[in-house]
Design a protein around this ligand. Structure first.
Ligand code: NAP
Length: 289
C-alpha cells in the first residue's frame, strides 16, 4: 500500500495515557464495521477489511477497539491474522459480556465463568498473552456487579489483562466499580447529537479516565453533506465527519474517539480530523447546536 508524506496521521491528535501508563494517540479506530450486516458474520470484502486494518496502523492509529461479540469473533480474528505480530505501540481494546443469539440478538452474560471463557477466546483470536484494555461490554443486571468487576480484577491479577474498562454505565455504576478496582476507561454512546453521557464526560476528564465515545459519527448520520454539520463544514472546508471528530477531540482532553469504517477512503478522511483545529467560535456554535 502506498504511503506518502501527505498522508494524515493520528499522531496529530495528542497522546493520552490509558490507566496512567499506556500511551495512545487520541484518535483511534473501531472495528465493528469489519463484519457482515448487523455486526454478524464475515465482511463482504475480506481483503478490503484487511487493508483498512493495515492502513489504520500506517496512519498512526495506536488504539483499535473491538469485541468478541462482533461477528462474533470476526474482527478480532481479522486483527490477529492481519496485524500480528503487532507494532509495539498498538493497543487493542476488546470487550466481553455479550453473546449473540441466532438472529443476532445481543444477550448480556456477565457470569464470571462466561467472562473467563470470553477472555480466553479473545486472547486466542488476537494471538495475545495479555490484553491491554479489557472492557466489560455491559453490566449484566442478573449478576451482582461485584462478581463481574471481581472477575475483571482476577484477570488483571493473573496478568491476562492490563487495564479494565466499562461500557454503557451510569456515573453511579462507575463510582461503585471504582470502590473495587481501578477503572481506566468508560465507553458510552456519545456524539454531537447524543450527549446524555455528558456527566460521565466531565467526571472522566476530572479523574483522568479515558472516555471512548461509541457511534462518534452517529452511525454515519453526522457524515452526510445535508446533515447538521453541513454549514460549518462548508465554511471550514472540512468534511462533516471531520467536524464531528474534531469536536469530540476538543470537547474534552480524555475523549478517545474510535470512528468505524470499512472503507480506506473514509478512514483517511476520519484520521485527517486529527489535524483539524476548530476555533472557539466553531466550538461554541457546535456546543449550542
Ligand atoms: N460499547 C458499545 O456498546 C459499542 C456499540 C457500538 C459501537 N461500538 C464501537 O464504536 C465503534 C464506532 O461505532 P460505529 O462504527 O458503529 O459507528 P460510527 O463510527 O458512528 O459510524 C460508522 C458509520 O459511518 C460510516 N462512515 C465512517 N466514516 C465515514 C466517512 N468519513 N464518510 C461517510 N461515512 C462514514 C461507516 O460506513 P463505511 O463503512 O461505509 O465508511 C459506518 O456506517 C465501533 O466500531 C465499535 O468499536 C461500541
Amino acid at each position: 500500500m502506498s504511503h506518502s508524506n501527505s498522508e494524515p496521521s493520528a499522531a496529530a491528535a495528542e497522546t493520552f495515557l490509558i490507566g496512567g501508563d499506556l500511551p495512545v494517540h487520541r484518535l483511534g479506530y473501531g472495528s465493528m464495521q469489519l463484519t457482515g450486516p448487523g455486526a454478524m458474520g464475515e465482511p463482504a470484502d475480506l481483503e478490503q477489511a484487511r487493508n483498512v486494518l493495515r492502513l489504520a496502523v500506517e496512519l498512526g492509529v495506536t488504539l483499535i477497539d473491538t469485541a468478541d461479540s462482533y461477528g462474533p469473533g470476526v474482527p478480532e480474528r481479522l486483527i490477529g491474522e492481519t496485524l500480528h505480530p503487532y507494532r509495539k505501540d498498538l493497543v487493542i481494546a476488546t470487550k466481553g459480556g455479550f453473546i449473540r443469539g441466532h438472529r443476532g440478538e445481543w444477550i448480556t452474560d456477565g457470569r464470571p465463568q462466561h467472562l473467563r471463557d470470553a477472555l480466553e477466546g479473545s486472547l486466542r483470536r488476537l494471538r495475545l498473552d495479555s490484553i491491554d484494555l479489557y472492557q466489560l461490554h455491559r453490566i449484566d443486571h442478573k449478576v451482582p456487579l461485584a462478581d463481574q468487576i471481581g472477575a475483571m480484577e482476577e484477570f488483571r491479577r493473573r496478568g491476562l489483562i492490563r487495564h479494565i474498562g466499562l461500557s454503557e454505565v451510569t456515573l453511579q455504576e462507575l463510582q461503585v466499580a471504582q470502590t473495587q478496582t481501578q477503572i481506566a476507561t468508560v465507553q458510552n454512546l456519545y456524539n454531537l447529537t447524543e450527549r446524555r453521557s455528558e456527566d460521565l464526560v466531565s467526571y472522566t476528564a476530572e479523574n483522568n479516565i479515558g472516555f471512548i465515545p461509541w457511534f462518534p459519527l452517529a452511525t454515519g448520520q453526522l457524515t452526510t453533506p445535508s446533515g447538521p454539520l453541513a454549514k460549518i463544514a462548508s465554511r471550514t472546508g472540512a468534511a462533516p465527519s471531520q467536524i464531528a471528530l474534531a469536536w469530540l477531540l476538543q470537547h474534552s482532553p480524555t475523549i478517545l474517539p474510535i470512528p468505524g469504517t470499512s472503507s480506506p477512503a473514509h478512514l483517511r478522511e476520519n484520521i485527517a480530523a486529527a489535524h483539524l483545529k476548530l476555533t472557539t467560535e466553531d466550538m461554541a456554535a457546535l456546543d449550542a447546536a
